[in-house]
Ligand binder design. Structure first.
Ligand code: ADP
Ligand code: 3PG
Ligand code: MG
Length: 384
């Protein structure tokens, strides 16, 4: 079901708060992939063409104010993409920008998570953000699984609200995967957000036929390369569900290890990770094992890189699997990738456009696919 869209309402001359997701991968202060920013440009141009546009996003997971996670570099990228000056608001309570603004002006708030009220879904912070705004637009599909102030509580304080173009487009594309995926349906899960992703597997596991696990999720939680199994409660439960439902779980059988995650680090390939080492990428045998499983897949959803792809030494596994998924061997499969980092990795390999669908959402996609309602989407009015 689509939500009321931006072009269903009159925003002419209004002050419009647009929640975007500019949580992009940044290494040494440089944005290494701008997909999430680029994907919001249509909405930003549409809003600023008719109204005053106030953009707001989080970046990373700061504990309070953290200069390294400032949205300043995103502001610069936005100026470049729009060829326009963007005003930066660092003090959420400074409302002077509301006085002399005009149609066409674009403002960007500093990282919302610098205020603890964002993640606690605080009414007070939501009211502060909403003050002086006429319209609320959610354009942040990839943050819509978060019940946070700028995604959820704020909708109580702005009566006119709707979905941005990207949000509705994402939901429509992913509904296909949720309701009628061609089988076998293989989920490739990697990345680093272990605490988020491992519990989600319990509901996801029932929706797919095979689960390939890589990235830090595999190495840190599943103890995949060790001989001793796992004592993690969630993992044990996931394995039990998988067994009952006949779902195959495939784990890596070798890894590229290092003592330090950095460029030019000393690396080696092992089948058992010694103490004090980081398993930073899947090894060559695991790549073969994963490719073997993928061959027969008709639907593939991939979230989370299989290694620390930001460093050349640990991007090989993700690169090989991305190449395989976009090769003629997989031409008959519906291949979808989702997540800020996995999409960043694909962009770096020059393979992003070869997937059938690329979603800006990582955790949001996984929650949606597992059948959960996304709080930031549910709270918007339905299309009439
Ligand atoms: P996505 O954005 O695609 O949902 P995540 O945000 O969960 O993915 O994880 C991305 C991060 O995971 C990247 O910064 C990457 O370096 C890290 N990562 C992946 N595999 C490993 C690994 N084996 N060891 C350390 N970090 C890893
Ligand atoms: C993401 O990258 O998946 C979204 O921006 C949400 O970020 P979070 O997992 O830190 O809430
Ligand atoms: Mg990420």
């Amino acid at each position: 079901m689509s939500k009321l869209a931006l072009n269903d309402i009159d925003i002419s001359g209004k002050k419009v708060f647009v929640r975007v997701d500019f949580n992009v991968p940044i290494v040494d202060g440089e944005i290494i992939d701008s997909t999430r920013i680029e994907e919001s440009i249509e909405t930003i141009k549409y809003v600023s063409g008719k109204a005053v546009c106030f953009l707001a996003s989080h970046l990373g997971r700061p504990k309070g104010v953290d200069a390294k996670l400032s949205l300043e570099s995103v502001r610069n990228e936005l100026c470049r993409l729009l060829n326009k000056d963007i005003n930066f608001i660092t003090d959420f309570s400074d409302k002077s920008c509301l006085q002399n603004c005009r149609k066409g002006d674009i403002f960007l708030f500093e990282n919302l998570r610098f205020n603890s009220g964002e993640e606690s879904n605080s009414e007070e912070f939501a009211k502060l953000l909403a003050q002086g705004m006429d319209v609320y637009v959610n354009e942040a599909f990839s943050a819509s699984h978060r019940k946070h102030a700028s995604v959820h509580a704020i909708t109580r304080f702005i009566s006119v609200k709707c979905a941005g173009f990207l949000l509705n487009k994402e939901i429509l594309s992913l509904e296909n995967l949720l309701h009628s995926p061609k089988r076998p349906f293989v989920l490739i899960l990697g990345g680093a957000k272990i605490n988020d992703k491992v519990p989600l597997l319990k509901s996801l596991i029932g929706k797919v036929d095979t689960l390939l696990i890589g990235g830090a999720v595999a190495f840190r939680t599943f103890n995949a390369l060790g001989k001793g199994g796992t004592t993690d409660k969630d993992v044990i439960e996931i394995m039990e569900i998988a067994k009952k439902k006949g779902v195959k779980i495939i784990l890596p059988c070798d890894a590229v290890i290092t003592k330090e995650l950095k460029s030019g680090a000393i690396t080696s390939v092992v089948e058992d990770v010694p103490d004090g080492y980081i398993a930073a990428d899947i090894g060559p045998k695991s790549i073969k094992k994963f490719e073997e499983e993928l061959k027969s897949a008709r639907t593939v959803f991939w979230n989370g890189p299989l290694g620390a792809y930001e460093y050349d030494d640990f991007s090989y596994g993700s690169h090989k699997i991305a190449s395989f998924l976009t090769s003629h061997e997989m031409a008959g499969a519906f291949t979808v990738a989702g997540g800020g980092d996995v999409v960043g990795a694909l962009g770096g390999f020059g393979l992003k456009n070869k997937f059938r669908h690329v979603s800006t959402g990582g955790g949001a996609c996984l929650e949606f696919l597992s059948g959960d309602k996304l709080p930031g989407f549910e709270v918007l009015p339905d299309k009439k």
